[in-house]
Design a binder for this molecule. Sequence first.
Ligand code: LLP
Length: 463
Amino acid sequence: MYVWMFPNGEAEKRKSIVMPTPTQLSSARLLPDTTTASQDGVMHIAGYSLIDLAQRHGTPLYIFDRATIINACQRYRKAFHDTYHASPVRIIYAAKAYLSPLIAQIMAEQGMGLDVVSGGELAVAHHAGFPMENVSFHGNNKTEDELHLALQLGVGRIVLDNWSELERLMRVAQETKKRPRVLLRVAPDVETDTHRYLQTGHAASKFGFPLSNGEAKVAIQAVLRSEHLQLIGLHAHTGTMLRETRPYEECLERLLDLAAEIYEEAGWWPEEISPGGGWGIETVDGADVPGVDVLAQALQKVMERSGADRAALPVPTLIIEPGRSIIARAGVALYRVGARKPTPGGITYLFVDGGMADNIRPALYGARYTALPVEQRATPEEEVCISGRYCESGDMLVERVVLPEMQDGDLLLLPTAGAYCLPMASNYNLVPRPAVILIDEQQVWQMERRETYTDLLMRYSEE
Ligand code: LLP
């Protein structure tokens, strides 16, 4: 009996005797926890044949494995429970990585909070019955309507990002006679080793009140003077796809130092403090990503040091906001090959029925993915470029991958498609968006129905 995909040892061992190809072996750590292969070489997730799922739900199809999501939430809980004891911790799922009502419900069941960044995300959370007191509302340009909605629904925290927003929220709070709990987002001037578009904590960042020129401190004082707002904490987020703890440590240290200065001057001390989210995931480049227990340990040390300096003050609740590291590996994209095109220029393309409109990440950030055949074949291997159906030469999901020769109609799977693919999807070329399902061993839920031409045409109808 041989199971070739069991990144965390949770896969059932019942089905598999098929020997893996090298590509599949190296991809095992990128796949959902319940991935297996049947005796006839067909990939399964949560016990379902991907061929059957594609037949029933069509392609492109995004599939989320419930067990992998729950395991990731529990890994966070366990890491922080076992390693971090400096103060209470709240783990808040960053909904921008992927949100649907069913995902919001899983997060609620797992005791996670929810970070939303728009009225739309807020509406989905509300619709799912997510407890509003556990919602944090982020964003660098929340509208007055969104702030009204947030106050009306009673969100637990609003994270203030800039001066205009501060004034706007004061106005809305005064009008509605509510006194929202707010955290102030600081740009802590911490550099991160990630793609330029994914850095958010440097002095020139569009997010947060800059620390380096003293604005953050002035803004805190302004919030403290306002009778309409309750300042409960400080927040920062330095970037995403981080693989080292240093930016988190520096960020948390700077927030605590800033809090200490304010305490000396105004006697205010935060109840909550957050170095944000951004923990990376393993990708096809093979770089090592430490487990979240390493992050928990590092944050524990910073909090301990700060506690030792200020023994009389309570250690603030630590808030962390993972998105990608909760959901990315739980999701896979399933495409059908429509054509194979060798070119005289040396590139052989496999055209699939999705592409940059459902996954813009390779084109936008040079993000690297891999692709796997759903059925193992003994055909000779070749190097191909997996290209989408959209009218752009840059529409490449995987620039180079070695696969057994594929035929029209074969299925291809793209791992780690659970984060930031669907949320950034578009209708480029007016192609309807894919269907999305959630599966566990008992059930298949339709998470998002496939868009239709009628849906597209609705946009042009008068209200
Ligand atoms: N907290 C805040 C305030 C954030 O801005 C973000 C991500 C997170 C938490 C969650 O970060 P995560 O753990 O998911 O890395 N579209 C990009 C990612 C943008 C993330 C923006 N903020 C991508 O496809 O890589």
